[in-house]
Design a protein around this ligand. Structure first.
Ligand SMILES: [Zn+2]
Ligand SMILES: [Zn+2]
Ligand SMILES: [Zn+2]
Ligand SMILES: [Zn+2]
Length: 403
């Protein structure tokens, strides 16, 4: 994926790409969508895909005919765009990194840091609009002015997390048609409500902050939670040349998840359009898929990531196969016999045992996870430009993962 930094997948369940089709789609939403969004038969005929519905996946896209690798499926501009939930301060116009130092250029109206007075995203609908600026300008002391070097990383993260949520809520007021296209997306609000930690986070950091601290009392708590859910479930993470943003697209959100997806996407750095293409030949009626998880990660981590962020356990062909369709992406060198490979006995059992194929050595999934975290942390500590450091890391990994 262009613009994605290494190990971007680590612990950022809110900011990584996309929606899920896992779990049943709520019936109301589905009925509402069926009414609102079904393309006319002539429209559908011309498209390389059509929308289908299943009780398990909800609405999803299937190929209308056999598609060859590299065919363009979708090219569309975002319905909404905003900073990622990474905690790194970015320009609200172009999503390039900014600092919180005293000499950083700031918006004269609202005091949020910007890349400069000539940023292409100022007063642009995909950037810092006048409406947004005015809202922040009226709350300088509890928004832009808090973004200084003295602000803790959690505070910075929380403030940037609000930006896209507020943008969507502003659309509701100022562009109801655009908002309606977002509101039809799945939010899994009821499942989220059952998750106490997740719900409390959004209640405290988003709902209360907007309604109490920012005095936006007119916002209904339910509506805010709904928008937070829609974002978590459906957003893409995009950006190139250092820029990083999250986006909602009008059709791309309908792609189902698969750990060996048949599409790939890029994004246009100036228009933030998404360009989605087939990555291999796709049979007629086959579901069009993309991966919400980092495809180079092993099954244990991929499934945990999707469950945490997207609330479903993937059971795709790759996840079900201990050898991951021949890639052996998860196998570890056996620490006992040194010749065998240790794999999950049943990869769909997240806490099940791992066993060597040559000796009696066994490992628990928790131990495997600890080992994977250690490796990931090691990699995180190496600068991307440190070639000898990375080569050394690879040599160390051969002992654990095999060649
Ligand atoms: Zn900028
Ligand atoms: Zn401003
Ligand atoms: Zn899978
Ligand atoms: Zn062994």
């Amino acid at each position: 994926m262009p613009g994605r930094k290494k190990n971007h997948h680590k612990n950022n369940n809110n900011s990584r790409a996309r929606h899920q089709r896992g779990g049943q789609q709520s019936k109301d939403k589905q009925e509402q969508q069926d009414k609102e969004q079904s393309p006319s038969p002539t429209e559908e005929k011309e498209l390389p895909y059509r929308v289908e519905h299943s009780d398990i996946y909800g609405r999803y896209l299937v190929a209308n005919r056999q598609l060859e690798a590299g065919e363009t499926l979708i090219r569309e501009e975002p319905l909404a765009i905003g900073p990622c939930v990474s905690g790194d301060p970015v320009c609200l116009g172009c999503y390039h990194p900014v600092s919180l130092k005293a000499d950083q250029y700031r918006c004269p109206g609202c005091a949020w840091p910007l890349c400069g007075s000539t940023c292409a995203g100022l007063k642009h609908r995909h950037g810092h609009t006048e409406t947004e600026c005015q809202l922040y300008a009226e709350r300088r002391a509890v928004a832009g002015e808090l973004l200084t070097e003295r602000a803790g990383p959690a505070e910075v993260r929380d403030l940037y997390e609000l930006v896209m949520i507020v943008r969507i809520l502003l659309l509701r007021q100022h562009d109801p048609e655009q908002f309606a296209l977002i509101a039809r997306m799945e939010s899994h609000t009821e499942e989220r409500r059952q998750n106490a930690v997740l719900w409390r986070h959004y209640e405290e950091k988003v709902v209360q902050r907007l309604r109490v601290t920012w005095q936006l009392e007119d916002l209904e708590a339910e509506q805010v939670h709904e928008v937070c859910g829609i974002l978590d479930v459906n957003c893409f993470e995009i950006g190139q040349n250092g820029a990083k943003a999250r986006t909602l697209y009008p059709s791309a959100f309908l792609l189902a998840h698969d750990c060996t997806p048949n599409t790939a996407h890029t994004d246009d750095p100036s228009s933030f359009e998404i360009l989605l293409r087939t990555s291999r030949r796709v049979r007629e009626r086959e579901a069009l898929t993309l991966s919400y998880a980092y495809t180079l990660q092993g099954t244990l981590k991929r499934r945990a990531f999707m469950h945490e962020g997207k609330l479903f356990w993937c059971c795709c062909r790759r996840c079900s196969d201990p050898r991951e369709l021949g890639t052996d992406c998860s196998a570890l060198v056996c620490a006992t016999c040194r010749t065998g490979s240790v794999r999950a006995v049943d990869p769909l059992q997240q806490t099940g045992d791992w066993a060597c194929d040559r000796c009696a050595h066994k490992m628990g999934a928790t131990e495997v996870e600890r080992q994977l975290d250690r490796i990931n942390n090691d990699l995180e500590d190496i600068d991307v430009h440190d070639i000898p450091g990375l080569e050394n890391f690879l040599l160390r990994c051969v002992c654990i993962h095999g060649s």
